[in-house]
Design a protein around this ligand. Structure first.
Ligand code: ADE
Ligand code: ZN
Length: 326
């Protein structure tokens, strides 16, 4: 098969995907019309013209304001359902989807509206697409630790619908230690944990060390700056720690896919995986990311298969469900 056929056909798990980052301009217009929201941009090309990112901050400045079109549980369902159908076309059989409840509760949308809309799409994906879909609640690190803790408390009645918690948004001046207490409580409540350690952020390596040695996360999102410390790489390898890498996203926020870092970790036996992050904004769903990385780094079909195996190994599926899929 061609690279394209192989990448699309490969059964895979997607582990780093922000549901709010799957909002395509067409759906944004439809939701705006449904909810009577006035948008500054009137055409798809006017929307995509605003996707002029040079770093994480300039991306987030476009990402958050777009969310005001999301208001009802039906809106959240429709967003997730559109993504899940697309993911199926890309060979995804299991997905663990991030969502940012505080991006909605902070503008007056109830927590239950967000979670119940997303959950309905996840249940529907299993039934109608044969795709298993789980939710990971992300705290916004540029909000306070108190607000994160309050959000965690709001999530407790929904434990059966939320497999784990993560940490995203602007890492600058918001290191992992700020949320140590929130994550300790999340673990005590039985949630699995992951945190973004974004590419080339100030203090990135230090933050990676903190999340491994002090927070004790079950996975790391991005985290490829770990290559700067070979001993820490060895520790991550021994522990079988998963890294959710997003090559096309990297190329938007750092102007590089970070191919050498990702492939270097793969060759050393670290459980790196390939994911899409915010596919509507970066113009690449998950198989597109496999293809982009393969073309840039000259990866073989066997390498791509290893990345897909890693995606199941690093996932939070139970063993029984894992064997059902692979
Ligand atoms: N929120 C959505 N995408 C993100 C990313 N790549 N980094 C940090 N926060 C995010
Ligand atoms: Zn992300």
């Amino acid at each position: 098969p061609s690279l394209r056929e192989f990448a699309f056909g490969l059964p895979k798990a997607e582990l780093h995907l922000h549901l709010e980052g799957t909002l395509e301009p067409e759906l944004k217009f439809a939701l705006a019309a449904r909810n009577g929201v006035e948008l500054a941009e009137k055409t798809v090309s006017e929307v995509t013209a605003t996707y002029d990112f040079t770093d994480l901050t300039s991306f987030l400045a476009v990402y958050y304001p777009a969310m005001r079109v999301l208001q009802t549980a039906e809106d959240f369902h429709d967003l997730a359902w559109a993504y899940l159908q697309r993911a199926k076309e890309h060979g995804v059989v299991h997905v663990e989807m991030f969502f940012d409840p505080q991006a909605h509760t902070s503008r007056g949308v109830p927590f239950d509206t967000v979670v119940s809309g997303y959950r309905r799409a996840a249940v529907r994906a299993q039934r109608e697409l044969g795709v298993s879909a789980e939710l990971i609640l992300c705290f916004l690190r540029d909000f306070s630790a108190e607000y994160a803790m309050a959000t965690l408390m709001e999530a407790l009645p929904y434990k059966a619908w939320i497999v784990g918690v993560g940490l995203d948004s602007d890492e600058r001046d918001n290191p992992p230690a700020k949320f140590a207490e929130v994550f300790a409580r999340a673990k005590a409540e039985g949630f699995l944990t992951t945190m973004h350690c974004d590419i080339d952020q100030a203090g990135s390596l230090e933050n990676i060390r903190t999340v491994i040695e002090e927070i004790g996360v079950d996975r790391i999102d991005h985290g490829t700056n770990i290559v700067e410390d070979p001993e820490l790489v060895e520790l991550a390898r021994q522990r079988g720690l998963g890294f959710t890498c997003c090559p096309v996203s990297n190329s938007f926020v750092t102007e590089q896919m970070k191919t050498d870092e990702i492939v270097g970790l793969l060759r050393r036996g670290v459980k790196v995986t390939v994911n899409s992050d915010d596919p509507a904004y970066f113009g690449a769903y998950v198989a597109d990311n496999y293809i982009a990385l393969a073309e840039k780094a000259g990866l073989s079909h066997a390498d791509l298969a290893q990345l897909a195996i890693n995606s199941f190994d690093a996932s939070w599926m139970t063993p029984a469900r894992r064997t059902a899929h692979v």
